[in-house]
Design a protein around this ligand. Sequence first.
Ligand code: B12
Ligand code: SF4
Length: 470
Amino acid sequence: MSPVKVKMILPALTEAISPYWRPIKYSLFPPLGLATIASFFDHRDDIELQDEHVEVLNLDDDPDLVVIQVYITSAYRAYEIADRYRKKGVYVALGGLHVTALPDEASQHADTIFLGPGEETWPQFLADFRNGTPGKMYQSQKGRSLVGVPPIRRDLIKRNLYLVPNSIVVSRGCPHHCDFCYKEAFFKGGKSFYTQAVDEALAEIDRLPGRHLFFLDDHLFGNTKFASALFDGMLGMNRVWQAAGTVQSILQPGLLEKAVASGLKSLFVGFETLNTENLRQQHKYHNLNRDYTAAIDRLHDAGVMINGSFVYGMDGDDETVFDRTVEWAVDRGIETATFHILTPYPGTALYDRMMSEGRIISNNWDLYDTRHVIYKPTQISPDDLEAGYWRSYREFYRWRNIFAGALTKKTWDDRARHLFYAGGWKKFEPVWDWIIRAERVTKILPMLERILEGFSDNSTPEAGEISTRE
Ligand code: B12
Ligand code: SF4
């Protein structure tokens, strides 16, 4: 069959393309999901991948096939683009988290929809499409695996537009089952946690230029055997890397040490709440009865910075939660923090519970961005919840608090690293903005590597060595 002309699109939520919005967050990571399924195309197929977070979409073209990834916050934009192409007679395929959660809604804007991860269904569809017999819906169920999946088509990614072009995912899903998490709905009908073969993950790492890596896995430490072998394999690769992990995995003897030896420098940790009842209600059992402070100290002692994640608005939260949480995080020297308003995504146990209690107050998906209250909280008014959320960011990132956090560190090097990292991230937004708009964002990467590494570390190669690998 003749080659297919394909357009792949990651639409942006409105705020990401607004001139008034800080673009740094949206210029962090390239569209890995689409680049992953692109690996199943034939080398003769003509593929263009556009990410609206970092570029203006060209919607006037006439491809044979349009492939769109749909997140909840970009759903309306995705549907608008899909409808526009379908009007021209172009075949449109929609997949991703929101399509999986609400297939009936998505199918009104697509010729074919895909539920769940794409590694199994996409090659089936492509074969059917080439034969002229594509189905209306493909659902990933049994037989999920990442073993032998072709390498991600990173050649389709415009690396120079991203601060962290080396984002990487070596697993899918997570072994845990928190009520508010997307994963239960997304992986319904099959395995909800699985990894690549260690050799294939290491080969993918080896293909990435430069030193810095950002693992986007939900829980890189979720399979101890896999993580252990991966970290062992990364020894000597001279990488600096960031990832996400649970309090439980940090406290686990041995694994953190291996991660640090292979270059771990900063970890996103889902503390979520300081209230035990909240944890229980959300079925976040793996955080229950864990000593958060011990986990923080363990990371800091190992030279790992922390991005603490906190969710506000669970039923046990009252109006004191904001100041208490910020104070707790500052006192413990957490370097950066991410606050969220509890958001019941369709398809989650939390959404179903809130629906049955009549507490969902908005089905405007644009507002499901963890910055708006779309349900009735029990102890706080929606206005106070939103105000407390914004106040938390303001307070946490006040210079006074950044200095206070830095001063909890034991050495001057660690204090300096805290100041540069936390201050640099939040306090120089106009500078970031300018750099991003000038498309010079990758120039900052060596500086990020330097800060992550810390100022006393002698293992940093000379700048020339970094640029050779780039
Ligand atoms: C990196 C990331 C970001 C990055 C960039 C995202 C990007 N460029 O793709 C940034 C920082 C910008 C970001 C921002 C936000 N994010 Co985010 N993010 C993630 C994260 C951690 C990883 C995404 C990823 O790369 N996964 C790895 C790839 C391989 O998987 P994938 O993208 O899902 O693709 C697979 C399948 O979905 C499927 N697939 C996808 N598209 C298609 C299309 C077709 C046709 C087919 C066949 C298959 C298919 O096949 C792929 C391979 O299996 C996820 C968590 C997660 N595990 O997904 C949260 C996540 C996607 N984010 C989320 C949210 C809520 C947000 C924000 C609203 C947060 C906020 N408060 O600002 C914003 C707005 C997002 C937006 N643009 O609309 C939620 C989404 C919930 C939902 N139901 O949509 C998630 C799931 C986090 C969570 N646990 O709640 N995010
Ligand atoms: S630990 Fe994180 S990724 Fe895993 S189920 Fe809970 S919220 Fe989701």
